[in-house]
Every structure is written in structure tokens, then in C-alpha cells.
Design a protein around this ligand. Structure first.
Ligand code: HDD
Length: 748
């Protein structure tokens, strides 16, 4: 009977996984036979699985929750009710003794409504508080099935996912475009349970040992006395820490590079950071690092754009992700692995694979694609999903295991622990967004917010009273089997000697950057250290920069008005890794936003043509006009001169504006909203000069060309033609390289 019961349990597992597309009840679900609860003294047939645990939240084909389940327990019926289902006829007036009289304590509805409102907020995440999430699907190409037995890597396997992107330092209401690391956390609802890959957009970390995490975060968060600055590292405590704790220098230079200010979540790489261990069907092991490669390429904002966006649209990245998914431009990433032999020393080409401050250059270990992620569903409810999703590095599945990286060990403790405060109790895996799409039978009981109604009497093992249920699985039934890695050593609070190298890879990164990217890094350090008050902190960070590169150090020192110190640490000269640079490639332009500056009295037929051809190329044109509403020729203004700002656009097209008076630009006295003054409106001048300064492609056709002449906008990345059709192809070509890099190189 035990074998038979195990077979039933296996079938139930399959049925539950398939239930994401099922409409009828699965075996044991409400409506099927109730379990027999008399107490046996010998093993007998297993009681059916617990109903509430076997029915995962059904999802729509896009991966987003379907309308029914998330709302089923909350939004039933057409009438407003109390929390206990009593219909309500008035929710606008409290119960009073006469219209002007005192409010009565007997108004239960008032008290319940206010009580619930008073408790709507939960503590924000202690780090990564601000984020945006999306549903999606991961399709495996089977390449990793050679090295891992995980079902998620089987050829053709499709697994639902939820991804949350985030900044690290800012609070929940802070701006998106700050200079910071970005989180890239993915929950894979695999048929063998949840696997969470909790990574960042930077492949290395500030610290080698998780015991230092509170230190680096206390240093990066706002000053404890004034609670400023918000969401940024440009302050004394951060630079005090990283200049003293020099293993942070590698991560810090990534933050100071363009990686610290991504153009979009859709255009970021993601990294698992740690080395993980994959286990194949025979128990063979391979060490790997995980990489997410965005199909749209890796792109960034300029620093000025990031600052502008922080003011004009603090939700820049959140909006971009939502709008892209809503418009059907589903963001995609390839998941890849760098694979290394699982040698006893866990080193590769002299790089310590357990040191999270080190990366392995792709030139030494190429990234092999193992599947593709498509984000195709926006959350139905931000709080229920994006806020309540709980990731954990310890959520691993058979075939994917961790290593002894001391940073990972501390994380494996922290991610469980933090949810106890944030989600108020140990049952957070019962929240719909966290529920696995695999059957759960865990013997955990009770606790705050318990939603399960567990049957049986024996939530312990071994037992006979519940017929020995639930059973232990063997490897053949899909159990997670710990890799029998040999361990030895004395208990010490020490790092291995290989962890002492703090500068060689910071230099490797610096050397891998193009001149434009290096300029941005110089400016970023100069800005951030320029915001510090303590002279000693600036001087100590300059010492660190001297150990990365003398030129970098002297340029920053000049900006700070301080002498550049000499290098004090010697190490082998690293080879650059060209794969780390964002400049030089060409990328798909799908979903890029092009602003078309329209004169309602100008060439509207040309505008319509430009719009059509841009859309045909997968770009998103937005018409920017002096005023809102209908423009003619079936065109409608999507932005006005009052609402548009250059940061929103990847490129601009000036269409058929009437020629301005020769001396009219930019005219301070031009009247905002004056339809006839498109070319002379100072906001058009601002839009175009900003876009030019941010190295964006600018095109004009017809009479629009005159606007560029008047503004003196010319040179690389500026083209014009008689008609719309003459310029659209040029635009697509220019956008392919993201920015007109020659322009900023020329500006220096
Ligand atoms: Fe962490 C959240 C990524 C080191 C402790 N971390 C968090 C999130 C991401 C990362 C993406 C947000 C998850 C979400 O969207 O809900 N963290 C990383 C990476 C690290 C890292 C890539 C280094 C490789 N983290 C790290 C250490 C510790 C933590 C060393 C503690 C010892 N991290 C946490 C946390 C958070 C968190 C306190 C806050 C909210 C949460 O976990 O659920 O447990």
C-alpha cells in the first residue's frame, strides 16, 4: 500500500503542475471525496493531499494571474460588503446622533474601515525597497540538461516566472533613475518547486563575507542623523566605508560607470553573482555563474538624463517596463551560464570562484545560452504581487545547488529571516505570488496568517497515525539530494589569501571601457566625492583610485582640487575584457521611443508617413505638439510642449515646422501654447538641445530642417531630408548603436 500511495502522490504532483491550465478540480480538491480521518494503527492508503495546497493559482496564458483566483476570496458579488460579507448601503457617512451630532461608537463599519486602513502598510524591504515586477515565462533550450538534472532546464520545458527589478538604497517612494546597483530577482515556479535566482545587474559584490552586509548597507543608506541623502551613494559614510574596506572598490567602479544608471530594466544584464553548483542525473557536478543577457542590449542613461528623469518622471523605469509589456513589446533575456570544472580548489584561471568580488571574463569562459525569459504580463495588483513576493537564495531545486561562498551562506540565512518582519510570520509561502506550482506537503503548522486547513493528526515523522504520510522521496522521485562535498578545516574567522586582491579586477574593468565610458566614470567619481564634506574621506578614496589607474586618479583629483597620490599596491597587470563595454555594438531597436515634433499647421501628411514607417520598424513614435487633442489627418497629440521632456525620447524627429524668423530662436518671449510659434517656442529649443547634448539621434524633414539650422544643431547623428521617407532608415541605423558616441567623444 505504501508503494501504491507513492504512485498516487506522483500522479498528483503531475496533475498539480498541469493544473495551471486546468479548470476542473484536481484529485482531492474541494468537491472530491473527503479524507478518512479515523486513526489507523498500520500504514494504509495515503489521505488525499490537502485541498488548499494542491491547487496553485491558475495563470492566464501570458503568465499573469487570471482574473479569478487572486480576487476570488476578495471580490465576490456586485455589492460592497463588510469584511465579513454583510452588504453595506452607505460608506460615505459615519453614524451620528443627528447630522451635526457626535459619531456613535456603535458604527462598526466606520471602525472596521478605519482599522483596516490604519494597517495597510507593511515594512518596506530593508534593502531593495523600491521595485517593479512582471510575470513571464522561461523556455529552456535544453543545453543545461547535460550538466543539471533540474526539470527547469529540460529541453523545451516552459516554466512560469515572476521577476522583480529594484534599486538597492532608496526607500519605496524614491526615484528610479538614481545611481545605484539594480536588483534582478527571478522566481521560477518549476514543476519541482520554486527556484529563486536573486541577482543584480552588476556581476560582483561589495563584500566577500555576508557578515559585512549590515556594514556596507549602513554606510550606503542615508546618514542616520539627517536621513539624507536618499537613494544614492554620493555622501561621506559610503565613501568612508568603501575607501577603508577596499574589497568594495570593484563593485564601486561598476556603480560609477554607466551600469549604475540603466536606460531601462529591459536593457540591463543580470548576474547570479555567486558561483553555483549544478548536479546532473548521475550526481556529477559543474560550477557555474548565471548571466541574463537582454535581447535589446545593455544601455544606460547619461548622468544628466538620470537627474532630469528623477525630477520629471521618478517612475521612469517602472513606467517603461509596464508600458512595454502593455504595448506587447515583451522584454526578453537569454539565460546563460559560464561553466567551470568542479575542482577541489574551486579556482578558474587563477580566479577564486568563491570570491563574490571577482568576475570571470567572458573571453576566458564564454556565456552559453540555456534558455530565454520573456516578460509578458504586468501584475494585477502591485501590493499583492510585487510587494509581497519573497525571494530567497535558499530556494533551490534538485540539480541546482549552492557553494561555500561565505556571502551566499549569510544570504541563505537573511532572506528567510527578513520575511518574518516584512510579511509578519512564517506562512509567507502561502501568499498567492509565492505559492509553488508544485504540490506542497510540508508538515509546517499554524503560525500567523495560516491559510491552510490541514487535515490529519500527525504532522511529524515518523508516524503511523496519518499512515506514514507524507512520504520521503528518493532521488528517483525527485528528492533534493545534497551533494556530498567533503569539508575540513579548523574553525577560524579568516579569509583565504586569494581574497586579498582588491584592485586587479577594478583595473580590468577600467581598462575594458571605451574612452567615452571612462569619461563618464571620471565624472561620476568627481561628482560623488565632490558631495563629501570630509577631506580625509576624499583623500583616502583617491589612494584607492591610484591603485586602479593613475590617469583616473589624477583626473578625479584635479576635479576635487586635491593632489593625486601614488600607487601603493602592486599586482599583475590584467587583460581587458571587451565584453564589459557597452559601446561599439549594434542592437535591435524594438520599442525605442521617438518624439516627433509636430507643427499642426505644417506637413501633417509627412508626419503621418513618418509615424507609420517608424511603427513598421518596431519603434514607438510619440507626437509632440504645441497643444493636446486632434491635430488633423487623423493624428492626435500624445505629448504637448508642456508635458514632453527630452529624457523620454531615444531620438527626435522635427517634422515640417514653419520656418522661424531668422533671429527668433530660442525666443525668451515666445508665448507658451501659441500654435503658430512651434519653431520659436523655447521648449522646442530645450528639447532639441538636450537631446543633442545627450548624444541622441536628431532628424528633420521638410521645413523642420530650418529649426535645426536656427539652433545650430548639426554634425554626427543629425540628418535631414526633403520628406519623411528619406530619414526613417537613418534613424533606425543611428538608434542601433544606442547613442551617437562620436558626438560625446568630440565634446570630450
Ligand atoms: Fe540581498 C534583497 C540581491 C547580498 C540580504 N537582495 C535583495 C534583492 C535582491 C538582492 C535583488 C531584492 C529581492 C526582491 O526583489 O524582493 N543581495 C543581492 C545580491 C547579493 C546580495 C545579488 C550579493 C551577491 N543580500 C545580500 C547579503 C545579505 C542580503 C550578503 C545579508 C547577509 N537582500 C537581503 C535581505 C533582502 C535582500 C535583507 C531584503 C528584502 C528581502 O531580502 O527579501 O534579506
Amino acid at each position: 500500500p505504501v508503494e501504491a500511495a507513492k504512485k498516487v502522490a506522483g500522479e498528483v504532483a503531475d496533475a498539480v503542475h498541469d493544473a495551471v491550465s486546468m479548470t476542473g478540480p484536481v484529485p482531492g480538491a474541494p468537491g472530491s471525496e473527503p479524507p478518512t480521518l479515523e486513526e489507523p494503527t498500520e500504514p494504509r492508503e495515503v489521505p488525499p493531499p490537502k485541498p488548499d495546497q494542491q491547487q496553485p493559482t491558475p495563470l492566464s496564458p501570458t503568465g499573469a494571474p487570471s482574473a479569478d483566483p487572486p480576487t476570488a476570496s476578495a471580490q465576490q458579488g456586485a455589492y460592497l460588503t463588510t469584511a465579513t460579507g454583510v452588504r453595506i448601503g452607505d460608506s460615505d457617512h459615519s453614524l451620528k446622533a443627528g447630522p451635526r451630532g457626535p459619531t456613535l461608537l456603535s458604527d462598526h463599519h466606520l471602525r472596521e474601515k478605519i482599522m483596516h486602513f490604519d494597517h495597510e502598510r507593511i515594512p518596506e524591504r530593508v534593502v531593495h525597497a523600491r521595485g517593479a515586477g512582471a510575470h513571464g515565462v522561461f523556455r529552456s533550450n535544453g543545453a543545461a540538461s547535460k550538466v543539471s538534472r533540474a526539470a527547469v532546464f529540460a529541453d523545451g520545458e516552459e516554466t512560469r516566472v515572476f521577476v522583480r527589478f529594484s534599486t538597492v538604497l532608496g526607500s519605496r517612494g524614491s526615484a528610479d533613475t538614481v545611481r545605484d546597483t539594480r536588483g534582478f530577482a527571478t522566481k521560477f515556479y518549476t514543476r519541482e518547486g520554486n527556484w529563486d535566482l536573486v541577482g543584480n545587474n552588476i556581476p560582483v559584490f561589495f563584500i566577500q563575507d555576508g557578515i559585512k552586509f549590515p556594514d556596507v548597507i549602513h554606510a550606503g543608506k542615508p546618514h542616520p542623523d539627517r536621513e539624507i541623502p536618499q537613494a544614492q551613494s554620493a555622501h561621506d559614510t559610503f565613501w568612508d566605508f568603501v575607501s577603508l574596506h577596499t574589497e568594495a572598490q570593484h563593485h564601486a567602479i561598476w556603480n560609477m560607470s554607466d551600469r549604475g544608471i540603466p536606460r531601462s530594466y529591459r536593457m540591463m544584464e543580470g548576474f547570479g553573482v555567486h558561483t553555483f553548483r549544478l548536479v546532473d542525473a548521475e550526481g556529477g557536478t559543474t560550477l557555474v555563474k548565471f548571466h541574463w543577457k537582454p535581447r535589446l542590449g545593455v544601455h544606460s542613461l547619461t548622468w544628466e538624463e538620470a537627474q532630469l528623469a528623477g525630477g520629471v518622471d521618478p517612475d521612469f523605469h517602472r513606467r517603461d517596463l509596464y508600458d512595454a509589456i502593455e504595448s506587447g513589446a515583451f522584454p526578453e533575456w537569454d539565460l546563460g551560464i559560464q561553466a567551470f570544472p568542479d575542482t577541489p580548489d574551486q579556482m578558474f584561471e587563477g580566479i577564486d570562484l568563491l570570491d563574490a568580488t571577482k568576475l570571470v571574463p567572458e573571453e576566458l569562459a564564454p556565456v552559453q545560452v540555456i534558455g530565454t525569459l520573456t516578460l509578458n504580463g504586468n501584475p494585477t495588483n502591485f501590493f499583492a504581487e510585487t510587494e509581497q513576493v519573497a525571494f530567497h537564495t535558499g530556494h533551490l531545486v534538485p540539480g541546482i545547488d549552492g557553494t561555500d561562498d561565505p556571502l551566499l551562506a549569510a544570504r541563505n540565512f537573511s532572506y528567510l529571516d527578513t520575511q518574518l518582519t516584512r510579511l509578519a510570520g512564517p506562512n509567507f509561502n502561502q501568499i498567492p505570488i509565492n505559492r509553488p506550482h508544485a504540490p506542497v506537503n510540508d508538515n509546517h503548522r499554524d503560525g500567523y496568517h495560516q491559510h491552510a486547513v490541514h487535515g490529519g493528526v500527525a504532522p511529524y515523522k515518523p508516524n503511523t497515525l496519518d499512515a506514514g504520510c507524507p512520504f520521503f522521496a528518493g532521488a528517483e522521485e525527485g528528492a533534493f539530494v545534497d551533494v556530498p562535498v567533503e569539508v575540513q578545516g579548523s574553525k577560524v574567522r579568516e579569509n583565504p589569501a586569494s581574497y586579498d586582491d582588491h584592485f586587479s579586477q577594478a583595473r580590468l574593468f577600467w581598462k575594458s571601457m571605451s574612452p567615452v565610458e571612462q569619461q563618464h566614470i571620471v565624472h561620476a567619481y568627481t561628482f560623488e566625492l565632490g558631495k563629501c564634506y570630509e577631506q580625509a574621506v576624499k583623500e583616502r578614496q583617491l589612494l584607492a583610485l591610484a591603485n586602479i589607474d593613475a590617469g583616473l586618479c589624477s583626473q578625479v583629483a584635479r576635479g576635487l582640487g586635491l593632489p593625486a597620490p601614488e600607487r601603493s599596491v602592486q599586482y599583475d597587470e590584467p587583460e581587458p575584457s571587451p565584453a564589459l563595454s557597452q559601446v561599439g555594438g549594434t542592437w535591435p531597436t524594438d520599442g525605442r521611443i521617438v518624439g516627433i515634433v509636430v507643427d499642426p499647421d505644417g506637413d501633417l501628411a509627412g508626419v503621418a508617413e513618418a509615424r507609420e514607417s517608424l511603427m513598421a520598424q518596431g519603434l514607438l513614435p510619440l507626437l509632440v505638439a504645441p497643444r493636446g487633442g486632434e491635430l488633423g489627418e487623423g493624428l492626435v497629440a500624445q505629448r504637448t510642449f508642456a508635458t514632453a521632456r527630452s529624457v523620454e525620447f531615444d531620438a527626435l524627429v522635427v517634422a515640417g515646422a514653419a520656418p522661424p524668423a531668422a533671429d527668433a530662436l530660442p525666443a525668451r518671449d515666445a508665448k507658451a501654447g501659441d500654435d503658430s510659434a512651434v519653431a520659436s517656442d523655447p521648449r522646442v529649443g530645450l528639447l532639441l538641445t538636450e537631446a543633442y547634448r545627450h548624444d541622441k539621434a536628431i532628424l528633420a524633414f521638410g521645413e523642420g530642417r530650418q529649426v535645426l539650422v536656427e539652433l545650430g544643431i548639426d554634425g554626427a547623428g543629425v540628418t535631414s531630408g526633403d520628406a519623411a521617407g528619406d530619414v526613417v532608415d537613418d534613424l533606425v541605423t543611428l538608434l542601433g548603436s544606442h547613442r551617437v558616441w562620436e558626438r560625446s567623444a568630440a565634446l570630450g
